[in-house]
Structures are given as C-alpha cells and as structure tokens.
Design a protein around this ligand. Sequence first.
Ligand SMILES: CCCCC/C=C\C/C=C\C/C=C\C=C\C(=O)SCCNC(=O)CCNC(=O)[C@H](O)C(C)(C)COP(=O)(O)OP(=O)(O)OC[C@H]1O[C@@H](n2cnc3c(N)ncnc32)[C@H](O)[C@@H]1OP(=O)(O)O
Ligand SMILES: NC(=O)C1=CN([C@@H]2O[C@H](COP(=O)(O)OP(=O)(O)OC[C@H]3O[C@@H](n4cnc5c(N)ncnc54)[C@H](OP(=O)(O)O)[C@@H]3O)[C@@H](O)[C@H]2O)C=CC1
Length: 335
Amino acid sequence: MAAGAVFSRNWALLSGLRYGRKVRLFHSSSLLRDAPPLPQASFFPPSEGTMLPPHSFQNRVAFITGGGTGLGRAMTHGLSELGATCVIASRKLDVLQKTAEEITAQTGNKVFPLQCDVRDPQAVTQCLDQMEKLTGLPQVVINNAAGNFVSPSERLSPNGWRTIVDIVLNGTAYVTLELGKRLIQQGKGAAFVAITTIYAESGSGFVVPSASAKAGVEALYKSLTSEWGRYGLRFNIIQPGPIRTKGAFSRLDPTGAFEESMLGRIPAGRLGTPAEIKNLALYMCSDYATWMSGAVVRLDGGEYVSMAGEFNDLRKVTSEQWDLIESMIRKTKGS
Ligand SMILES: CCCCC/C=C\C/C=C\C/C=C\C=C\C(=O)SCCNC(=O)CCNC(=O)[C@H](O)C(C)(C)COP(=O)(O)OP(=O)(O)OC[C@H]1O[C@@H](n2cnc3c(N)ncnc32)[C@H](O)[C@@H]1OP(=O)(O)O
Ligand SMILES: NC(=O)C1=CN([C@@H]2O[C@H](COP(=O)(O)OP(=O)(O)OC[C@H]3O[C@@H](n4cnc5c(N)ncnc54)[C@H](OP(=O)(O)O)[C@@H]3O)[C@@H](O)[C@H]2O)C=CC1
C-alpha cells in the first residue's frame, strides 16, 4: 500500500476514537501493530553480532550517558563485550543498576551505574568525580542521553523548550567540556561520539527543540575536533534514522499511526537496529578509527536522501504508467 494511503488508513483508525470505536491508543498495545518491514528488507538483514575483534577495548574505560536503555544500552553491551570497563549515567538509578548487573553478568566485565541529570552542571561534576575514583578517566565517551517529544511548536512552553535543549545540547556540553578539561590536564587522549539524528542537518517541524539542540551538538563536536585534536581528543557524530526503542517511539509515535508511512520512505525497507548503531559507534571509538575525527555518519537505510530527492515519489509509478509517460516524452522530439 502506498505510504500516503497507509497514513490515511491509520489516522482514520485513530479518529475512530471520537466515535467511541475501540482502537489502540498506546504504542505498546495491539490494534495498530508494529509495521512489518517491506519486501526489500530481506536483502538488507541486520547483523546483530559485535563486529570488532575480541579484547578491542581491553583495559579501557568507557563513559556512556543514557547507557541504561535503548541505543545507549546496546553500545554499553558492545563495549563491555570487547573488554571495556563501562560507566553508565542517567537519572533513573534503578534502571541503570538493572542494566549494569545484566551486562556485567553477561560479559564478565564491570559496568558501574551512576545517577546523573546531565542538565545540572554540578551533578555532572560530581558524577565525573565519582567515576574518576572508581575507574579513572575514560578513553571512550559516548554522549547519547536525550529527551524529545513531538509537538506543534505553537504548543511549546518555555520550559518544554528548555527541557529538551538542556538535556541534549547543554547536557552534552557539560559532560564534554568537563571531561575534556580533565583529560587535557592529565595529558590523556580519548574518543568522543555524539548521537544526533538525521534531522540535525535539515531541521524538522514538530520536534523543533530537538532539531535545534542536535544541530548545536554537531556544531560543538565539529568545533572541538579542530580545537582539541592537539590534546589527543577526537570527536565523531552518528546520525541514526528510526530505530524502535521504547524511549523514542513512545514519545515520537505514541499511537503507532506513523510507523508504516515512515517505513515506506526508507529504501532499505526496515527500521535500524540498536546493534547497527553499536557497531558503528564501537568502530569510531576503536584503534581502527584513530584517523577519524570530525566525521558525521548517517546510518538510516537511505531515508534522508530518499526524502530529499525531488523525483523520488516516482517510485510509485507502475510499468504501464511509465509506458505512457515515456511515449508522451518521446513525442516531444524536435519540438
Ligand atoms: C512522521 C512520523 C514520525 C514517526 C517517528 C517514529 C519514530 C522515531 C523516528 C526517528 C527518531 C529521531 C530522533 C529521535 C530523537 C530522540 O531523542 S529519541 C529519545 C527520546 N527519549 C526520551 O525523550 C527519554 C527522556 N524523556 C523524558 O524524560 C521526557 O519525555 C521529557 C523530555 C519531557 C523530560 O522529562 P521531565 O524532565 O520529567 O519533564 P516534564 O515532564 O516536567 O516536562 C517538561 C516541560 O515539557 C513539557 N512537555 C512535556 N511533554 C510534552 C508534550 N508531549 N507536548 C508539549 N509539551 C510537553 C511539559 O509540559 C513541561 O513544560 P511546562 O512546565 O508544563 O511548561
Ligand atoms: N531511536 C531512534 O529512532 C533514534 C534515536 N536517536 C538518538 O539516540 C539516542 C538514544 O535514544 P534511544 O535509545 O532511542 O531513547 P531512550 O529514551 O532509550 O534513551 C535516552 C536516554 O537518555 C537518558 N536521559 C534522558 N534525560 C536525561 C537527563 N536529563 N540526564 C541524563 N540522562 C538522561 C535516559 O535515561 P533516564 O531516563 O534514566 O535519565 C535514556 O537512557 C538519543 O540521543 C536519541 O536522540 C536519534 C535518532 C533516532
């Protein structure tokens, strides 16, 4: 079914709410099921395993914000599997503790949970003090924590704006600047990765605080690439396309009405997986990527360019329709 038709059908289902019909209201319940991948997805199966050789991060420390859930958890798992001692930090200590225990049990390498709201610079300082005592400074830093929700911009309050910009841009800056200062002082190098999004470049309606803050993160990282390379610090950026995590989908598509139309614009025909982000992030932080700095890598199954191309909707034209179009164009010869 064409993406537009899918969207209309799903939206009609939701509209049924107004007439008292029973439809799924939340992303996790059942009427609007998770959209199935498109047929071409069978050409592009995701590989879940960890790509780099064993021990690639042996004797290294990694600090991952938002490491308790979603993509942060996947990256923590991968680093730990390859030998790193990991420190994960976010607001919910219970979530962090559970993740830390599970990963430590699976990999045999210690994961330390530290409570930290990255919006608060003092909390960041205290968290990094604790980390230094536990593990010393990290060689790998992943700024992954984020906040987001879809909302028409005219509904945003100043605090709604501030909340997202504080988590995404200010939080990343507090962590990066404080760690950078400490690393520089101790003469130690490190690899930083920030997780942004494909709309950091284009901007996007309905997620304006997130788009603005992620663009700021990219500017921060590109700027520090140039300024702090001389201290042994390198900075790279991953722009993921859509990946089903509870944190993202519950705030960006809570009804599930948009998932199918979103799939229709991804040439690979499927969502990404946390493991795909994990493998790219691990590569960027590894010794195989010491010449990589200031890079911005989009990992989105082709969605971004697919949305940008003026003529890409012609995918919907059938072979018979092309016969007609071609004959009409050919008739213009000599005119
Ligand atoms: C076209 C189809 C698209 C389909 C898309 C589907 C999939 C995704 C595809 C791509 C994804 C691309 C990018 C993804 C980027 C991400 O960042 S995803 C990660 C998302 N994860 C999280 O957000 C986790 C953390 N989030 C939170 O904790 C909360 O959601 C929050 C960010 C709100 C922070 O919580 P808290 O500090 O408790 O804040 P408050 O609840 O007090 O709220 C602060 C102010 O914000 C206002 N607000 C909250 N929600 C909304 C809303 N939905 N609409 C408008 N305003 C909202 C709230 O009212 C507070 O302001 P006031 O004090 O009332 O003025
Ligand atoms: N999933 C997707 O489709 C996409 C995701 N991304 C990006 O990937 C990254 C991970 O997102 P994803 O895993 O999907 O979603 P999650 O919601 O699972 O991850 C967000 C993490 O950020 C943490 N966090 C939120 N606020 C704060 C705060 N104030 N201080 C410290 N930590 C905080 C949360 O932990 P806690 O609640 O404990 O604080 C949570 O672990 C984000 O940067 C997101 O923007 C980008 C494009 C697409």
